[in-house]
Write a protein that binds this ligand. Structure first.
Ligand SMILES: *[C@@H]1O[C@H](CO)[C@@H](O)[C@H](O)[C@H]1NC(C)=O
Ligand SMILES: *[C@@H]1O[C@H](CO)[C@@H](O)[C@H](O)[C@H]1NC(C)=O
Ligand SMILES: *[C@@H]1O[C@H](CO)[C@@H](O)[C@H](O)[C@H]1NC(C)=O
Length: 437
């Protein structure tokens, strides 16, 4: 059993092999995006109040940013609009005026797979207790179809945020593609192009680096930037646009969080799902402590501060996957194994079959007919964690660990600097020491 739990084979493989095709695809997509952004910004100019972008935010200090002092990229008008929009208050406050005292904030981070998002949102609508909390949807890029789905949410308070420096928001300059960037295996000196190759000789691909950027921007923003959450002293749960959430997820998570200090003092986090994404759990009558997983993980501010202190490790590791970066550099640097506590039966599943950034548009939707067939049994509808249970621990699970050199894709000095800037952007004190906060 142990050999398959959380094993490396279940995780991501290098995706850069078919880079040539992806490059072509990305040129096409970026062009399309450029045109649509232009249209959006034209519309914004014609009717500034139409989408809520231009509400008067003067005097607002929701986001304490010191971007002026940082090396953040020059923003375009659209990026500035997104940043303003991030300061809008949550929706549905009229329906749910108060958050429960012990609520666990939920952060859903998404790119552009509306068929997936629809499934996730539908699953969230059935989660018992969801109306007690705040759902933050963090977007990598701006996509109307995605917005429409989020705007339709009525089951809890919802706040949307948009990564203002997403490569998807910049059509002709860094962090997007710019005309004199090196591509593929270009020799920067010979071609007089800009960029640093990764350890395998490949130059950056904006579409690929956007995931790690988004994750890091989102982490910094929800813990340290947003008025709604920067004072939150409980846990925050993180889920993705291809994670189906069971009805009992929230109540189970509350139980795990309350049991954690006594049952597993060494656990840094609580997870909804096993680390092995193919497992649905063991069905034991016990809790499970294991390696930190990447589906439905939650932790508190103490843990965030530990992660934030490793900003340099995170931002300089040559792997474009945020999770592999965490496993290979950040967690090992904590000095002891980073365990998470979970139940013996999963409360979330990863259903995405498509790889990176595919699945846009009806024609190549990766889930059939916009729905997935995930069986929800009666037991998955009510809290199923036993307070009297013991904890079984998986020691020495296989998987990425210290010493792994990374899959590459993250060699460009500009990406590393941008990443580092994200960790400093809400710390108004001396920026060079902010990294070590
Ligand atoms: C946060 O979680 C960590 C790890 O479980 C724990 O050691 C710490 O006491 C918690 N902090 C607070 C403020 O509850
Ligand atoms: C999609 O739904 C239609 C009608 O319900 C069905 O006939 C078709 O087989 C489904 N397609 C797939 C790929 O499941
Ligand atoms: C900021 O911190 C660094 C390192 O702690 C120090 O060398 C530098 O002088 C400080 N700068 C300012 C303006 O305080």
């Amino acid at each position: 059993m142990l050999s398959v739990v959380c094993s490396m084979a279940n995780y991501k493989k290098p995706r850069l092999k078919d880079a040539a095709f992806k490059r072509l695809l990305s040129v096409v997509l970026v062009t399309l995006l450029g045109v649509s952004l232009l249209i959006v910004s034209l519309r914004t100019n014609i009717n500034p109040a139409s989408n809520g972008f231009d509400e008067d935010l003067s005097g607002s200090d929701d986001i304490q940013s010191v971007s002026g002092k940082l090396n953040l990229p020059q923003q375009n008008e659209f990026s500035i609009q997104l940043e303003k929009r991030n300061r809008l208050p949550p929706r549905n406050v009229d329906l749910y005026p108060k958050l429960a005292k012990d609520h666990i904030t939920i952060v859903l981070y998404v790119h552009n797979r509306p068929q997936y998002l629809q499934v996730v949102v539908k699953s969230l609508s059935k989660v018992v207790g969801i109306s007690e909390t705040l759902l933050i949807v963090s977007h990598d890029g701006y996509f109307e179809e995605m917005n429409k789905i989020v705007e339709g949410i009525k089951f809890c308070q919802v706040k949307q945020i948009f990564a203002p420096y997403s490569p998807h928001v910049f059509t002709d300059s860094f962090p997007g593609v710019s005309s004199n960037d090196c591509m593929e295996k270009d020799d920067a000196e010979k071609k007089h192009c800009i960029g640093n190759p990764d350890q395998y000789g490949n130059h950056r691909s904006p579409k690929i680096v956007s995931l790690k950027h988004h994750w890091w921007w989102m982490m910094n923003t929800v813990w340290d930037g947003l008025k709604e959450t920067r004072g939150h002293d409980g846990h925050i749960l993180f889920i993705e646009e291809d994670h189906f959430i069971y009805p009992n997820a929230y109540r189970n998570l509350q139980l795990l969080v309350s049991l954690k200090p006594n049952k597993c003092p060494d656990c840094y986090a609580a997870n909804l799902a096993p680390c092995d994404v193919n497992s649905r759990g063991e069905g034991w009558d016990s809790l499970v402590a294991e390696r930190m997983g990447n589906v439905g993980y939650s932790f508190n501010r103490t843990v965030w501060r530990k992660i934030h202190r490793k900003a340099k490790e995170f931002c300089f590791f040559d792997d474009y996957n945020w999770d592999i970066t965490m496993w290979a550099t950040v967690y090992p640097s904590f000095g002891s194994p980073v365990y998470t506590l979970r139940g013996p039966r999963t409360s979330a599943v990863h259903f995405g079959k498509c790889g990176l950034h595919q699945g846009q548009g009806q024609s190549n939707a990766c889930i059939d007919n916009g729905s997935v067939n995930i069986q929800v049994d009666e037991i998955d509808k009510v809290a199923s964690i036993g307070s009297e249970w013991d904890v079984r621990v998986y020691h020495n699970q296989p998987g990425y660990k210290a010493g792994f050199k990374g899959w590459g894709g993250w060699g460009d000095a500009r990406d590393r600097q941008l990443c580092l800037s994200y960790s400093q952007m809400y710390h108004s004190f001396n920026t060079s020491s902010a990294v070590m906060s």
